[in-house]
Ligand binder design. Structure first.
Ligand code: NAD
Length: 426
């Protein structure tokens, strides 16, 4: 696995879970929902914390802490990624699990929400240590995950190989192959065509819908800056360029680059795959991550980690549209400032939902032992994303609220409808 990351603290002191709970309360009041339902929605159904002993390459055993938060299953099995990062802690996993619950409801797919993670520094682990870590973490969760129970997927610093190890460990335990226990697998073992780039494609599709929403003629020549050049950032760059945009600035954990006349995205992807960084690519000027966020551009895509747009830097953001590729890249305070300043924010639970949509397609294909071609996957993804964008925009128009609020309203309304029919079980 090609792992790069840095320790840079770009974090405003916001408890990520408190921020989600606050949003749930706001929506509950706006929609006048049953307070007991809102109370249920503010608590994860199950929190699993495991100690993961891993034999390191030097023969010694090291214990890592792993989490799985199964937030809500009102609309279907728990669903959510697994993150390997030194900053993983319970509040972060709870917040991401709650956001997954809302995200699956916004795009109207039959899943609940979950998230997992292991507090570790993948940069310091060899491939075989990562494999042992993943297999042991999976073994600790064997009774908790399953195709109709909880279906993990990749997130920050986990990838298709990680999912293959999970599937293999789970299948050994069952005694037969169970590809539908995870999504985001390699295509050769049941992964979906188009899954790897699906989140980035979804971000680009949402940016395109936002452009139409703002009555801007077309995408041709619009300038884009992207923070984070991993799975999401690379795919968003590629699709936005295909749509006619110029990608003028990109960054990753090692720094950023600026090319006023646009970057050759394919060549940059190859360079990043080869060197592990974007810095030093071709005829570009070096910039910092902070400068990238404040670049004058039409579309800003934060696609790295959370809380990078804060109350401190929000007054200096010059983009017309912020399409949130990462989960929780803007703090609640920052979103308020951006709204007041007329910066149009397409929120994470809508903008980055393309990944879970194609995960859902992968799960259906696995359950039916089918394999859809790339054209079919991309077409179905586009239909889902455009429909979700329009549903959110309609809610925003009807209630006179911004897109972030209306996306949460739409999701929580759908969850409330299920709650009313089902009662307390979920
Ligand atoms: P990734 O591990 O593939 O890439 C992360 C990128 O962020 C890397 O380029 C890394 O260098 C960069 N980065 C890390 N720390 C940084 C820093 N301090 N400053 C600037 N860049 C930094 O991860 P990913 O899958 O692309 O996920 C990125 C974000 O998108 C995360 O918030 C994740 O939760 C979210 N997301 C991912 C998916 C998915 O399908 N992969 C789906 C929905 C949301």
């Amino acid at each position: 696995m090609n792992v790069t990351y840095d320790d840079e603290q770009m974090v405003e002191k916001v408890n990520p879970f408190d921020a989600v709970v606050k949003q749930i309360d706001i929506v509950g009041e706006k929609l006048k929902l049953d307070p007991s339902f809102i109370e249920c929605l503010k608590h994860p159904r199950r929190i699993i914390i495991v100690s993961v002993p891993v034999r390191m390459d030097n023969g010694k055993i090291k214990i890592f802490t792993g989490y799985r938060v199964q937030y809500n299953m009102l609309r279907g099995p728990y669903k959510g990624g697994i993150r390997y990062h030194p900053r993983v802690d319970l509040d972060e996993v709870k917040a991401l699990a709650a956001l997954m619950t809302l995200k699956c409801a916004v795009v109207d797919i039959p899943y609940g929400g979950a998230k997992g993670g292991v507090t570790c520094n993948p940069k310091e682990l060899s491939k075989s240590e990562l494999e042992r870590l993943t297999r042991c973490y999976t073994a600790m969760l064997l009774d908790e995950i399953g195709p109709y129970k909880d279906v993990p997927a990749p997130d920050v610093y986990t990838d298709a190989q990680t999912m293959a190890w999970i599937m293999d460990t789970y299948s050994q335990f069952k005694g037969y192959l169970v590809p539908e226990v995870v999504t985001g697998k390699p295509v050769e073992i049941g992964g979906s065509e188009g899954r790897e780039g699906a989140t980035g494609r979804g971000v680009a599709l949402c940016a395109r819908e936002a452009i139409k929403h703002l009555n801007i003629d077309n995408m041709k020549g619009l300038c884009v800056a992207i923070q984070g050049f991993g799975k999401v950032g690379k795919a968003a760059a590629k699709v936005l360029q295909e749509m006619g945009c110029e990608i003028i600035a990109v960054s990753d954990s090692k720094g950023g680059i600026h090319a006023p006349h646009g970057l050759d995205v394919q060549a940059l992807i190859e360079y990043k795959n080869r060197t592990g960084q974007v810095a030093g690519f071709g005829d570009t000027k070096p910039i910092t991550n902070e400068e990238l966020l404040e670049f004058k551009c039409d579309i800003l895509v934060p696609a790295a980690l959370e809380n990078v747009i804060t109350e401190e830097n929000a007054p200096r953001i010059k983009a017309r549209i912020v399409a949130e590729g990462a989960n929780g890249p803007s703090t609640p305070g920052a979103r308020e400032i951006l709204n007041k300043r007329g910066v149009f924010v397409v929120p994470d639970i809508l903008a980055n939902a393309g990944g879970v949509v194609v995960s859902y397609f992968e799960w259906i294909q696995n359950l039916h032992r089918e394999h859809w071609d790339r054209t079919e996957v991309d077409k179905k993804l586009e239909e889902k994303m455009v429909k979700a964008y329009r549903d959110v925009a309609e809610m925003s128009r009807k209630h006179g609220v911004d897109l972030a609020t209306s996306a949460s309203m739409l999701a929580i309304k759908r969850l409330a409808d299920a709650f009313e029919r089902l009662g307390l079980f979920p």
